[in-house]
Design a protein around this ligand. Structure first.
Ligand code: PDD
Length: 285
């Protein structure tokens, strides 16, 4: 089946889904995005993703391209046209097309909107969770606003590639004080030897993950002990469990950090339980 992409008001065959050479997303990475999980043909936590999109756009003073109700229809229609049961839907909004100039284009320049959807292989995802992933740590060299879900992702891309080249699936950024901020495309968590779940509090240094919020609800429902505070790479290496969260992979156990096994080197029981329970705490539309 051929894939379909939504581009500025039209549903196009994926192969011919093009944006203009002077789109500011292309030339300046002047745009924002969201990735929602699709499960059973429905979108997971769409409301919260659209709320975060609204915030990212407002922080960058990019206009909301259409009412959220219309965006929601486009998201669902793109999922439907691609017949995605389980996978992701990707939404990108840029400051639009204009003659190249760093400063904002003229008021009224229409933002560009692109939506794509693709299926993922559930068996493969489950196998990856059952095996757990390795992460590496490296210096956080991003700008001071990773809370904005900007398409400007060069440090994240280089970090992810460094992870791949080291045989790992994710890279954890470490701030100047030695604390983990987050992964290149996920939030970072540990469970300490005395059963305390830890993740960095939300501020400008990390993305306020929607999956993070869902996991916080799951933790509260389980009555687990949670502390929102920054932790160091050394604390993570001494932890009983570690895991990451993101819409594209829900809860993913981490079994090695910089080559050192976490706990017994196998996916942790808490992480696997949170993964199983995740969707009970998510919203479906
Ligand atoms: N990434 N931190 C970063 C830097 C991210 O890119 C992401 C998501 C997260 C987790 O956010 P959420 O739980 O809302 O997905 C944290 C998406 C999936 C991506 O770039 O593909």
């Amino acid at each position: 089946m051929s894939r379909i992409a939504y581009v500025n008001g039209r549903y196009r065959p994926h192969r011919g889904a093009l944006v203009h050479v002077e789109d500011r997303g292309y030339q300046f990475a002047d745009g924002v995005y969201e990735v929602c999980e699709v499960r059973g043909g429905r979108i997971v936590d769409e409301r919260r993703h659209l709320a975060r999109l609204t915030r990212s756009l407002a922080e960058l003073r990019i206009e909301l391209p259409m009412p959220l109700s219309a965006l929601s229809i486009v998201l669902h229609e793109t999922v439907r046209r691609n017949r995605v049961r389980d996978g992701i839907v990707y939404l990108q909004v840029t400051r639009g097309v204009a003659r190249r100039d760093h400063a904002f284009p003229a008021p009224g320049t229409a933002p560009s909107v692109v939506v794509t959807a693709r299926a993922h292989d559930n068996d493969r995802a489950e196998k990856m969770a059952a095996d757990g992933i390795a992460v590496i740590t490296l210096a956080d060299n991003r700008w001071a606003r990773p809370d904005i879900k900007s398409v400007s992702l060069l440090p994240n891309i280089l970090a992810k590639q460094a992870a791949r080249e080291a045989g790992a699936r994710e890279a954890w950024f470490v701030d100047a004080r030695g604390f983990i901020t987050e992964g290149s495309s996920s939030n970072a968590w540990i469970v300490t030897a005395d059963d305390e779940v830890m993740t960095r509090p939300v501020d400008n240094s990390i993305l306020n993950g929607i999956s993070r919020a869902v996991v916080l609800d799951a933790i509260a429902a389980r009555g687990l002990r949670l502390t929102e505070r920054p932790f160091t790479a050394a604390e993570a290496k001494a932890a009983r469990e570690a895991f990451v969260t993101a819409a594209s992979q829900i809860v993913q156990p981490v079994v090695r950090i910089d080559g050192k096994p976490v706990g017994d080197g196998r996916p942790g029981a808490f992480a696997m339980a949170l993964r199983r329970e995740f969707h009970r705490h998510a919203e479906f539309t």
